[in-house]
Design a protein around this ligand. Structure first.
Ligand code: PNS
Length: 162
């Protein structure tokens, strides 16, 4: 049974994340999407909200499980008997970051592999932080995030500007 983990902040989940999830889910038996529980990052959405959004957006992929984690990623990976970490890369900068994280995770637990998937070029420029910035300034995020999340993001910024 190949269990993989796709960890991240997912604040919010973007169409780029969704693409990595659907492609990654084909490479393993179960893909755990693990939302980082870290209030220090002052997230836009709570962990529970992010889990709900991801669950809704991945409901048609049967081998996806959505949960959260805190502490060291390799501890979570080991606790659920997963063998690999999945991450997406959009650019050379991402590669540098992911490469060092993969090397350090390997040092922490030599049994855990990291698999990197190159982003689909149509999603290459999308990041959660750009989505937040564009939405905060009233821009169109239709091609960046799932329809169901767009409404929540717009609501969040409407509430803040009132
Ligand atoms: O989507 P993000 O914010 O780029 O995800 C980063 C994440 C959650 C994968 C990374 O910060 C992480 O693994 N945090 C858990 C703490 C940890 O294990 N740190 C050591 C990594 S080498």
């Amino acid at each position: 049974m190949r269990i993989w983990v796709y960890p991240g902040s997912f604040d919010p989940l973007t169409l780029g994340h969704e693409d990595i999830i659907s492609r990654g889910a084909k490479l393993c038996d179960t893909l755990h999407i693990a939302v980082l529980n870290n209030d220090a990052k002052s997230p836009m959405f709570s962990v529970a909200e992010r889990i709900d959004f991801i669950t809704e957006c991945t409901k048609d992929i049967p081998n996806v499980v959505v949960s959260s984690f805190d502490g060291l990623l390799v501890t979570y990976v080991k606790n659920i008997n997963a063998s690999a970490i999945l991450r997406g890369i959009r650019s050379n900068n991402d590669f540098e970051y992911e490469h060092s994280m993969a090397q350090l995770n390997k040092k922490l637990d030599s049994n855990i592999e990291t698999t990197l998937i190159c982003a689909n070029p149509i999603y290459q420029c999308i990041s959660s932080s750009r989505v937040k910035e564009i939405a905060a300034l009233g821009g169109d995020i239709e091609e960046l995030v799932n329809k169901s999340i767009q409404k929540k993001i717009k609501k969040y910024f409407n509430r803040r500007t009132k």
